[in-house]
Write a protein of this length. Structure first.
Length: 154
């Protein structure tokens, strides 16, 4: 795989509307998921944000709550809309999709209670580590770049 792009087509990849959490800890680090290393998911083996598909008719914020509970046994109490990316995949035979990012604060106590149910790992990183040293799913890397540098973007 080169820069997150499959060398050969994978028939089982599917696109859908999605939500993702920029989980920020009390010490300003971000809690990230080490994605499973299986060929049927986007960016296998990369680090990325927790979240996932929005089911048909489901509200995006409700989808985020569901996904974070399924993936971490974490019941969020606060989620702040940050940004939305729209993807137009019609030229490759797919439709149009969105990925909505929310900032989700997590206390130390909440972090101690999480249980990983999806992915091969969970770890907290500083913004600098994430943006310079960690192999991140590209769309999550861009969202993290924007959020982490939001005060410096004119």
């Amino acid at each position: 795989m080169i820069a997150g792009i499959q060398k050969e087509p994978v028939d089982s990849l599917s696109a859908s509307n999605a939500v993702a959490a920029l989980i920020q800890l009390e010490d300003e680090r971000y809690l990230m998921q080490h994605r499973d290393n299986v060929p049927h998911i986007w960016y296998p083996g990369y680090w990325g944000c927790f979240g996932g598909a929005v089911d048909e008719g489901e509200d995006p914020l409700e989808a985020l709550k569901r996904e974070l509970y399924e993936e971490l046994s974490f019941s969020i109490t606060k989620a702040i809309y940050f940004t939305r990316f729209d993807f137009d995949l019609r030229k490759i035979g797919k439709g149009t999709y969105y990925r909505i990012y929310y900032v989700v604060p997590m206390s130390q106590r909440e972090q101690e209670r999480i249980v990983l149910h999806e992915g091969q790992g969970v770890k907290a990183f500083s913004g600098e580590e994430l943006l310079s040293e960690i192999r991140l799913a590209p769309y999550d890397a861009f969202a993290l770049f924007l959020y982490h540098n939001r005060k410096n973007i004119l």
